[in-house]
Ligand binder design. Sequence first.
Ligand SMILES: NC(=O)c1ccc[n+]([C@@H]2O[C@H](COP(=O)([O-])OP(=O)(O)OC[C@H]3O[C@@H](n4cnc5c(N)ncnc54)[C@H](O)[C@@H]3O)[C@@H](O)[C@H]2O)c1
Length: 359
Amino acid sequence: MKTVIVNLKERSYKILIGSGLLRRINDFIGSLGDMEKIMIITNPPVFSLYAKGIENQIRKNYKVTTAIVPDEERAKSLKWAKFLYDKMVKEKMERGSLVITVGGGVVGDLGGFVASTYMRGIPYIQVPTTLLAQVDSSIGGKVAIDHPLGKNLIGSFYQPKQVIIDSDVLETLPEKEFKNGMAEIIKMAAIRDKELFSILEKKLYTISQDKVLLNKVIFRSCLHKAKIVEQDEKEKYLRAILNYGHTIGHALESLGKYHTLTHGEAVLIGMFLAAEISYKTGVCKKDVMDRQQNLIRLLGLPGKRLSFSIKKVMEAMERDKKVKKGKIRFVLTKDIGSAIIREDVPGEIVSSVIKNFFQ
Ligand SMILES: NC(=O)c1ccc[n+]([C@@H]2O[C@H](COP(=O)([O-])OP(=O)(O)OC[C@H]3O[C@@H](n4cnc5c(N)ncnc54)[C@H](O)[C@@H]3O)[C@@H](O)[C@H]2O)c1
């Protein structure tokens, strides 16, 4: 087992990474001190696959109840947050009780949000079961639900007490979801880790089959995320580099009403174009763009089956949270493993790069 520590003074916590960790969950919970009551929050598929087994183990040592919310993004709503609050009140959950979220980013974001607001905050543990949740959403304490007018509009920063990453659970993850997580790993390598990027270039296809390599890739991604969160927990500046590929990506995702493209596909296109913008604005050399675009093609760049007008894409980017005082914030790569934030990227370069891609 490998451990990454997220160092945030009194809010510090461990990320535990390895194979077979779920079998040891009682030891990990025990290391946090006395917990009288535990509520597991999960969804139907993950309940059958993993949360039921976790519940059975925990029951040996603790009083446990399980709340099941629907699968997919619709669970990140006030309606399902209320369902959880109601259940917590009914079960007499207290300040010293513990929430354990078992699932992907949806369950983690919703469960973390409810834990952050119930009785002004009770402790929670993240047990992420998608690759995206393992390398990204379970770390850093961004918890949220959606508003009908926008994703993640209602939320807070609330760090978990522990993150337990058992890579064995990825064996049941559909390929499409694995790719979503790989898109975030490529992002992390492109902005922070040249060596990880080279590993991905050489071994992208073998990662899902090679446990040692998979654990290493997850570990390195978590380590970088932890370091970024430590330096800028509330996303005042540095943490924004994690939005690499997301400026254009989010615009495409929202224009497609979150159905046309998966989040991972949108981020892959977003990074493909951000690399080109980095080159066209003179921020990086051609080789830096080429290597990123080749790796993205290797994972699978979505076909150009999209027909968004440039005007619509530019407007969607301007509506996004990444706009500061009317200026679109772009994360660009200077080199493989090194990123900068720019607010002065000429609109003509952005629109011509997007136009060329979709033509
Ligand atoms: N908090 C953050 O910092 C942050 C960062 C990135 C994304 N997010 C959020 O994360 C969410 C997306 O998360 P996601 O990509 O994990 O999607 P998800 O939670 O919807 O999970 C994807 C699918 O995989 C299933 N699943 C989960 N684990 C499985 C397993 N081991 N085997 C088989 N199936 C499994 C789920 O039931 C679901 O159908 C979005 O709501 C996004 O806003 C949050």
